[in-house]
Design a protein around this ligand. Structure first.
Ligand SMILES: C[S@@+](CC[C@H](N)C(=O)[O-])C[C@H]1O[C@@H](n2cnc3c(N)ncnc32)[C@H](O)[C@@H]1O
Ligand code: SF4
Length: 378
């Protein structure tokens, strides 16, 4: 089983926090679509005829594309690859693009999972983030999506936004759980270098929220999501039972995937590839049949570090049997010895034969992960 990620790099407006590769334009996309189809044909053997169990249309904003264009892309993929009958096909939608005719078109193209970029239900947050939609549009979009009969609906939320109090965040969560959503991705706002917020932080015209407030918002997220019936299967991802994102879970379980479009990444167990982060260059190079991606072979250290980065953030944690099988006694001893200190501090625990983070540990997951990194992987 393998996955396909398709990056649609267009946005109508720039969100101040966003570092995902995108260009602010909705002009003629035909040159991009031609290049994307060509890339898929050129790279169809990367996954070695594995059956495709997930397809993910992400961005940027896939919902700036017409149903016809999305259909062209998906039909081309269906022709090139063996697609599982129960393939999870996700699309990211921006709330102000959601209309009932559009939703029908998505269904017609067998898209069966919707990820809606709500971010917040508070107009002041949405304004601050420079989102295109307001909270009323968010409510209409979510209701329309559910009424259109999509069963597997996820929303994205952001917390830790300057000006958002613990009470505001709690109300955002309560309001979210009043809808029949099956999944939620909740991210702490990060100030990425080069973004508008990143630059404002550098200049001192905005500041990050206080560490204690941050921790309180994270703890409330875990508690509230759990009492609403969601399982935190990854630090930022919460799903009802049987509704975890198969696509994202595959990233964390070392399943192979092919990424198409500018900036998209691919992985097949032994190598990692990343496409250039430049739309014009991407189109030009694909059409000229020139290399449009960089790649690296993963040696044992790199594969070990990748495994730790992807597994430790999940509820499945570091599988010690897997570590012993893949990285032999040396890898196993390294992990077990290092974990002892974190277990003594109550930051990690042993569950069956896996090492998982406790809620305390999740708060400082990045620090713990960096301590596990094997040196020499530059
Ligand atoms: C590819 S992006 C967005 C998809 C879609 N274009 C949208 O805006 O709704 C996926 C999600 O990552 C989250 N995200 C992106 N940048 C972030 C940041 N700097 N801090 C926190 N969350 C971020 C947002 O919740 C966003 O919806
Ligand atoms: S958050 Fe979504 S809509 Fe906003 S700039 Fe990023 S990709 Fe585009």
């Amino acid at each position: 089983m393998a996955g396909i990620y398709i990056h649609i790099p267009f946005c109508k407006k720039l969100c101040y926090y966003c570092d995902f590769y995108h260009v602010v334009s909705v002009n003629d996309n035909s040159a991009f679509i031609d290049a994307l189809l060509k890339e898929a044909s050129l790279r169809k053997d990367y996954l070695k005829s594995e059956t495709i169990s997930t397809i993910y249309l992400g961005g940027g904003t896939p919902s700036v594309f017409s149903i016809k264009d999305l259909g062209t892309i998906l039909n081309h993929i269906r022709k090139l690859f063996k697609i599982a009958e129960d393939c999870e096909i996700t699309i990211e939608l921006n709330p102000d693009d959601v209309q009932s005719a559009y939703l029908k078109g998505l269904k017609y193209n067998q898209i069966n999972r919707i990820s809606l970029g709500i971010q917040s239900w508070r107009d002041s947050d949405l304004k601050m983030l420079n989102r295109r939609h307001d909270s009323a549009q968010g409510i209409i979009a979510l209701n329309e999506t559910l009424n259109a009969g999509f069963e597997n609906v996820s929303i994205d939320l952001i917390y830790g936004i300057p000006g958002m109090s613990l009470k505001d965040w709690e109300s955002n969560l309560d309001f979210s759980f009043s809808f029949d959503i099956k999944h939620m991705s909740a991210y702490h706002l990060t100030f990425e270098p080069g973004t508008v917020f990143g630059k404002m932080l550098e200049k001192g015209t905005i500041s990050e929220i206080d560490e204690n407030e941050s921790a309180a918002q994270f703890n409330h997220l875990i508690e509230k999501a759990e009492s609403a019936g969601f399982i935190q299967y990854e630090i930022s991802n919460f799903g009802k039972l049987s509704y975890f994102s198969i696509h994202n879970s595959n990233y964390w379980k070392q399943v192979s995937y092919l990424g198409l479009g500018p900036s998209a990444h691919s992985f097949n167990g032994y190598s990692r590839q990343w496409n250039i982060r430049d739309l014009k260059g991407y189109v030009k190079f694909v059409n000229a049949g020139k290399p449009f991606f960089e790649s690296e072979e993963l040696d044992t250290k790199k594969r070990f570090n990748e495994y730790i980065i992807t597994s430790l953030r999940t509820m499945w944690g570091i599988d010690l049997e897997y570590v012993e099988g893949m990285f032999e006694k040396e890898g196993y001893d390294y992990v077990v010895n290092l974990a002892e200190k974190f277990r003594n501090y109550g930051l990690m625990k042993l569950e069956k034969k896996s090492l998982v983070l406790t809620n305390q540990g999740k708060l400082i997951s990045d620090n713990i992960i960096s301590e596990f990194m094997m040196p020499g992987d530059e």
